[in-house]
Design a protein around this ligand. Structure first.
Ligand SMILES: O=C(O)CCC(=O)C(=O)O
Ligand SMILES: [Mn+2]
Length: 122
């Protein structure tokens, strides 16, 4: 993941979407444990699903179609300025697994995460 994204991560969160009824609502991942301005890498496996971003101030939305094997990198600033969601879909879709690779505050020297500035890797 470090070679692909340019960032080091030291923990992973998994989500399982069993059908199109499983979803995740609008949110951002900027809680203190993952430090200031984290980069987050998101690996999708299984059924493709829409991933939406919405700018917190302007309301601008951007849609991505995340296919199996796709890697989405949310760069520093994304969590601060945007919220994201995987909406429900009426399309008949099978299972999707998503892994988000995240930094942990203990591993960040200080401030914004920079490429390769974490001592730990997976
Ligand atoms: O499933 C996804 O693509 C996004 C998951 C997500 O936003 C999260 O786990 O915080
Ligand atoms: Mn998220």
């Amino acid at each position: 993941m470090q070679a692909l994204s340019g960032y080091n991560f030291n923990f992973v969160v998994g989500n399982r979407y069993r059908t199109g009824k499983d979803s995740i609502g609008w949110h951002c991942d900027n809680f203190p444990q993952i430090g200031k301005r984290p980069a987050i890498a998101s690996l999708s496996l299984g059924s493709d699903r829409k991933f939406k971003l919405r700018h917190k101030d302007s309301g601008e939305t951007v849609d991505y179609h995340l296919e199996s094997g796709s890697l989405l990198i949310m760069l520093p600033g994304c969590q601060e300025d945007w919220v994201h969601a995987v909406p429900k879909t009426a399309r008949p879709v099978g299972e999707r697994i998503n892994w988000t690779f995240r930094p942990h505050v203990d591993a960040i020297a200080n401030g914004e995460q920079k490429p390769d500035d974490l001592p730990h890797s997976l």
